[in-house]
Design a protein around this ligand. Structure first.
Ligand code: ZN
Length: 283
């Protein structure tokens, strides 16, 4: 059985939020056993708490959004959750002074590093529930196909993406989740956006905080970004980063072998909900 974990100390990070464009500060503080991962909106009256749970997901279009009421809402939780998942942290409070975390460079590297600077993860007394699906799972919808197979030892994600305008396409990567390799293989992979989608998002008044510091843009057979690509297959690695974040919404120590073709937040969250249902049946 795996032990629950929290952070050794507190960590703080500030930057511009992607959609609202305002400066945001995020602080992660350790929490006792059985707390789970909780977001807290410290800018709102009574500082409401929003659990990082699949049941609290209210939107999956531009990122994963969780809420417990109309105002107690947090956007784009997947990158911070991905870093927490990589560290194996099961209990902590993520304090936020607005509805979105800072986007940073569009990767999860700053979040991973802030946890490292806080001393990393420390074991607690209680055990975390480990779960692998008792039988294969198949999820599909739109362009997405996801299969998950039982494996009691490890969580492995094999992923394929395909974007018409992307110069290196299709992309493939296979990754077994582990705290050490995550920082070199997954955390640096940045968010990307299709130029056509970007125009639409801007028209909707979104991505006010977007810049080439925070994302790569796929346009006309090229990838536009400020620095050179961090990996030739950076896009598929970012898709795995997002999936690791969304699966943290199960609140369990998940193991299994996932094969994902063109995954995205809608089906990632559906997989998380399916796993929770299966675990509840088994309990
Ligand atoms: Zn992402």
């Amino acid at each position: 059985m795996k032990k629950q974990k929290t952070l050794a100390g507190s960590a703080q990070f500030s930057g511009v939020a992607l959609h609202t464009g305002v400066r945001a500060t995020l602080k992660i503080v350790p929490a006792p056993e059985n707390t789970g991962i909780l977001f807290r909106r410290v800018d709102l009256p009574d500082k409401p708490v929003i659990p990082a749970a699949a049941q609290c997901v209210v939107d999956v279009q531009r990122g994963t959004t969780i809420a417990v009421s109309k105002t107690a809402i947090v956007y784009t939780v997947e990158h911070i959750l991905s870093a927490l998942h990589a560290w194996g942290i099961t209990n902590c409070i993520v304090e936020m002074d607005g509805l979105e975390p800072p986007i940073a460079d569009g990767s999860s590297m700053p979040y991973y590093n802030m946890i490292a600077e806080a001393g990393g993860a420390v074991e607690q007394q209680g055990e975390i529930r480990s779960f692998t699906p008792p039988h294969p799972i198949w999820i599909e919808g739109g362009n997405t196909r996801i299969a998950m197979f039982p494996d009691n030892e490890r969580l492995t994600i094999s992923c394929v993406t395909s974007f018409k305008d992307c110069p290196f396409d299709p992309q493939f990567f296979e990754y077994e989740l582990d705290t050490e390799s995550y920082i070199t293989e997954i955390a640096p992979a940045r968010t990307f956006v299709n130029f056509a989608d970007l125009k639409q998002l801007l028209a909707m008044g979104l991505v006010k905080g977007g810049s080439l510091d925070a994302a790569a843009i796929i346009h006309n057979g090229a990838i536009i970004c400020k620095e050179k690509l961090r990996f030739q297959n950076e896009i598929v690695r970012h898709k795995i980063l997002d999936m690791i974040g969304d699966l943290k919404l199960t609140g369990m120590n998940l193991t299994g072998r996932i094969i994902a073709i063109r995954p995205g937040h809608p089906k990632n969250v559906e997989l998380a909900k399916t796993l929770i249902e299966l675990a509840e049946k088994q309990a």
